[in-house]
Design a protein around this ligand. Structure first.
Ligand SMILES: Cc1cc2nc3c(=O)[nH]c(=O)nc-3n(C[C@H](O)[C@H](O)[C@H](O)COP(=O)(O)OP(=O)(O)OC[C@H]3O[C@@H](n4cnc5c(N)ncnc54)[C@H](O)[C@@H]3O)c2cc1C
Ligand code: SF4
Ligand code: SF4
Length: 947
């Protein structure tokens, strides 16, 4: 049946809002733009997006879509590579349904909602030493709804199987509007008859599978994994055991048969120990030969990257030998002992040595080192986006499967084929399963490359079927990209059974049309414009974007913002709501494998519309005599005004002024205000503010920034004292605000002014030490403000000299004695400030904290996650900032630390406000200085004395 799509989205949206309330239904420009893409090569702009929060919401949307004949596309994280989470009708986003409903530790199962992220699920299950096994490489961002609907799997399929092997039951809202509790039912169970009576669409499917069992069995792919077509093979397997195995029908159905609201997952015990090995082979053939031998060690993962892939991601950057023809990543789990693991590691090394290796295998047991070995593999696809500004990795033959022992032959065939086409290609994948991911780099806007893509699509799929007897789809799903080929994969008879399944359950073809069962060519809806941009739409940035974490909707996410601010239809007015929501935490930039800096793009857009409401404040700030005078008066009177009643009055009277900065801005009466210094740092150390003199020692400047100067937070004193303990008498040269907060309000002209001043003032020093994460990053990046100007070179020179105090101490030749001060922290944890991470400083603070005598260092979970303060964001959007902090608070509490150390005075404000005394908050320099002071008092000597 042809769908009737209304001309305008407003009619659909108005009606949906009547049903669900306005907050859950969106159709403004940012929302429709952000939801028009997933991680595939396609684009389709929807009419409306609904953020469902309950089964009632799902129910209402499904009934509405069916009654109006409007296409309905369920969506979770939108990381599929096939175009299956975009559509022209309504997008139903399940991300806000993201709870674990129940865990049964003894029986090892969990009931979960579809919006939970796999990494989050496993983080929570780890406390019970359990895990959900299937692990797509997108595990940091993909969600259970998408995983179930795609029958996802990943590197560890060898040990845990695919999703279909790990789902016991599902709750699904069928297009009929009825809710199905899909569990395997015995054919003679009265419950089955009841189910068939309540859901008449299922009886014909059971009859059909019974009747065509031989056909289905005959067409079963003979490879170890398959996600092509509906899983009638699973239903036929069930019949062998007298079961109607209903979950098998829905797992892998890609949202074409209904909307899933709940899944009961089978869990596995977490291994006691794991090792990861990286083995570089000189000959590709050897990899294929080694696989059967390595499989005898029962590896949980065996991953391969071919020579082209290694070239494309950069051998030097990943320490890969120049003569490696292929690299194998192998992982072994042990549920027994470390000895067992080491014994198997020895056997693995012995097997590998039978072949021509480029070097001894690298073997890692430690989690950080193992993660490091996996890093390049997991981010492989988006990393390929860095290769060429025009030629992009295109997923269109990305997921073929052959028998594992033929994988080298397949790779050789593919390399020859693409060589013939003169197309660079990355070939990597789950070699233990024979599942190869093939990602050619093409400029699809060039007609010659476009033709090569179409040729490769047909040629490779056909060869995989005829020569290798394989499958065209191992785990990514059919989506739009393979729908055209499903018929060819299984032949007309079985394909017609798939069509019957779809017609029985979804007779009006409302559920995700164009997916799996479709006649459309794979080239329809290709997003030619986006495929010339720099973003891979992989959504990795969403996994760290604090705003996405709170709102769980694409229009409030890093990936969505890239789409919005780079759209040809963008205007500040149509997108102000979202452009102003970014914290400028730069977490997206730090993590993006493709090298995209979404925060920078947003800042550029803000600079086109500087925030007028804040300009007066920065103008005042630029007049230190007046500004600092006001601050000093406020400091002297703080004990009076920083009490409940005056603060209430302040909240009320500040509101109209703050509203001019942002509609969400407020200064709540109960916010914990940092103590203002009545004597500013520079006034406390007048001897350090003298003009630079010629001397013999190194000339070290301390760039204290605003907070350490104006607040009595102890940071400035600690930094100076620590530097002195390291034999340095720092100077406090004249300085202006580094510019971070000013830039976030779009006043680039003011930032430039300050940058010029600071570059000049700091030019005579050998090193510039900072105590603030944001100042560190900003001083290192001044050159971006001086394109084609002579100032750029000077800015570059400054960048090379800037170091955070933790960097300075970590590299200092002097190691002052340390001791445990009275009342020193028993257990300290570290909140890693976003801008320091973006500046590349991550190890040093942790290393310093780990060496404190008498104090245990504990790494908190998600230490690298933004705490939500982001300078003035705390005031600009207090509510969101506090929601962001909720997650940080939970992680701090779970760490059971009595002290949280960080590297940024601005983060300290947020931590103090959010924790309200539940743990002490200190700068790393303070903790360090306390230990030095105690060391000196206790008369300790040498590094690390007085434990
Ligand atoms: C860098 C990268 C690496 C990847 N690696 C792997 C890998 O190793 N293995 C692998 O299998 N895949 C991989 N993928 C593909 C993808 O991440 C997975 O298929 C993932 O499980 C999709 O989950 P999602 O939450 O993003 O789903 P989405 O993309 O949102 O949706 C996927 C499908 O599920 C349907 N759906 C979502 N929620 C529901 C629901 N509640 N009810 C019914 N249908 C629903 C959608 O309609 C769509 O058809 C990778 C992708 C990227 C970008
Ligand atoms: S910005 Fe980077 S991390 Fe984010 S979606 Fe694009 S490529 Fe992926
Ligand atoms: S800077 Fe932070 S808030 Fe802004 S898009 Fe990036 S991750 Fe999200």
């Amino acid at each position: 049946m042809t769908l009737i799509l209304p001309d305008t989205s407003s009619a659909v949206v108005n009606d949906l809002r009547q049903l669900l309330g306005s907050a859950k239904v969106q159709n403004d420009f940012p929302t429709l733009t952000a939801y028009a893409v997933d991680a595939s090569i396609y684009r389709m702009t929807p009419k409306a997006v609904v953020m469902v929060e309950s089964e009632e919401d799902i129910d209402a949307v499904v009934r509405f879509a069916v009654s109006r004949g409007i296409a309905l596309t369920p969506r979770a994280a939108g990381t599929n590579l096939t175009g299956s989470a975009i559509g022209a009708g309504i997008i139903l986003d399940v991300s806000r349904m993201n709870r674990i409903l129940e865990v049964n530790e003894q029986e090892r199962w969990a009931r979960v909602q579809p919006g939970i992220v796999l990494a989050e699920l496993n983080r929570q299950l780890a406390r019970q030493k359990l895990l959900f096994g299937p692990d797509p490489s997108s595990g940091d961002m993909c969600k259970l709804g998408g995983m179930v609907a795609n029958n996802s799997s990943g590197p560890h399929t060898l040990a845990y199987g695919a999703v279909k092997d790990n789902v016991d039951a599902l709750r699904v809202c069928l297009p009929s509007g009825a809710w199905l509790s899909a569990a395997p039912l015995r054919l003679d169970d009265p419950a089955l008859h009841q189910t068939l009576a309540s859901h008449p669409s299922l009886k014909p499917i059971l009859d059909m599978v019974q009747q065509h069992r031989a056909l289905i069995e005959g067409k079963r792919p003979t490879v170890s994994k398959n996600s092509c077509g509906y899983n009638l093979f699973g239903l036929a397997d069930g019949l062998k055991h007298e079961l109607f195995d209903l979950p098998k029908l829905f797992v892998g159905s890609e949202g074409t048969l209904g909307v899933m609201s709940e899944a009961t997952l089978r869990l596995a015990p977490k291994p006691q120990g794991t090792l990861t090995a990286l083995i570089h082979f000189r000959r590709l053939e050897d990899v294929g030969d080694a696989v059967p031998h390595l499989l005898s060690l029962r590896p949980s993962a065996l991953e391969v990257m071919d020579a082209n892939t290694l070239n494309l991601i950069g051998r030097a950057a990943h320490g890969i030998p120049a003569d490696a023809a292929a690299t194998l990543l192998a992982e072994l789990d042990s549920h027994e002992s470390q000895a067992d693991l080491r014994e198997r590691a020895d056997r693995m090394a012995a097997i590998s040595r039978r072949y021509q290796l480029c070097a001894e295998p690298t073997i890692a047991y430690d989690k950080d080192q193992r993660d490091q070995l996996w890093k390049a593999r997991k981010a492989l696809y988006p990393t390929l986006y860095r290769f060429d500004p025009r030629k992009k990795p295109i997923n269109f033959v990305d997921d073929v499967v052959v028998r594992a022992e033929r994988i080298s032959e397949l790779i050789r065939y593919l390399e020859t084929f693409f060589e013939g086409q003169h197309v660079p290609v990355a070939i990597f994948g789950h070699i233990g399963n024979g599942n190869a991911h093939i990602v050619p780099l093409l400029n699809v806007n060039d007609p010659r490359d476009f033709e090569k893509m179409v040729e490769a699509y047909h040629e490779i799929h056909q060869t995989v079927l005829s020569r290798f007897d394989g499958s065209i789809c191992g785990e990514h799903g059919d989506g739009r990209v393979r729908a055209e080929y499903v018929r060819k994969m299984f032949g007309e008879d079985l394909y017609q059974l798939f069509v019957q399944v779809k017609r029985a359950v979804d007779p009006t073809n409302v559920m995700n049309p164009g997916i799996k069962i479709s006649e459309a060519s794979f080239t329809e809806h290709i997003d030619y414009q986006r495929l010339s941009k720099s973003c891979a739409t992989c959504a990795k940035c969403n996994s760290v974007c604090p705003v996405y974490d709170v709102f769980q909707s694409e229009d409030m996410s890093s990936r969505g913002w890239f789409e919005i601010v780079t759209s040809k239809d963008y205007s500040y007015l149509n997108s102000k709501r979202v452009v102003e929501a970014c914290l400028n935490c730069k977490s997206c930039r730090t993590i993006c494998p493709a090298g995209v800096d979404v925060s920078e793009l947003i800042l550029k857009r803000r600079a086109e519309h500087p925030n007028q409401g804040s300009r007066w404040l920065f103008a005042l700030h630029a007049r230190p005599i007046i500004f600092e005078g006001i601050l000093k008066v406020l400091a002297m009177t703080q004990s009076w005004w920083d009490r409940p009643l005056p603060r209430k009055l302040l909240e009320r009277h500040a509101a109209p002024v703050l509203k001019r900065i942002a509609p969400t801005a407020q200064l709540p009466a109960d916010i914990v205000f940092p103590k203002l210094a009545s004597k500013h740092l520079r006034d406390r150390y007048p001897e350090l503010t003298q003009p630079l003199k010629d001397g013999t020692g190194p000339r070290i400047a301390y760039f204290h920034g605003c907070a350490a100067n104006y607040f009595e937070d102890g940071v400035g004193d600690a930094v100076i004292s620590v530097l002195r303990k390291h034999g340095v008498e720092p100077a406090l040269p004249p300085q202006r605000c580094s510019g971070t907060p000013i830039e976030t309000y779009g006043h680039v002209d003011l930032v430039r002014e300050n940058a010029r001043f600071n570059i000049q003032s700091l030019s005579g020093y050998d090193a510039v030490v900072t105590g603030c994460a944001s100042c560190t990053l900003m001083l290192k990046e001044y050159k971006k403000f001086f394109e084609n100007e002579p100032q750029r070179e000077k800015a570059d020179g400054l960048a090379k000299k800037v170091m955070h105090i933790t960097e300075y101490v970590a590299q200092s030749g002097k190691q002052p004695a340390m001791g445990a001060p009275e009342g020193s922290p028993q257990r300290v944890t570290y909140h890693s400030s976003c801008h320091l991470r973006a500046a590349g400083v991550t190890k040093q603070p942790r290393q310093l904290l780990s060496n404190l005598p008498g104090t245990e260092y504990v790494e908190m979970s998600e230490a690298d996650r933004c705490a939500g303060g982001a300078g003035t964001y705390l005031v600009k959007d207090y509510e969101t900032s506090q929601k962001i902090f909720d997650r940080k608070r939970r992680n701090i509490e779970q760490s059971e630390a009595d002290t949280v150390a960080t590297s940024c005075p601005a983060c300290m404000i947020q931590l103090n406000n959010g924790l309200r005394g539940r743990a002490a908050v200190k700068h790393v320099a303070q903790v360090l200085n306390d230990a030095y002071e105690a060391g000196a008092q206790q008369g300790n000597e040498g590094p690390g004395a007085a434990q």
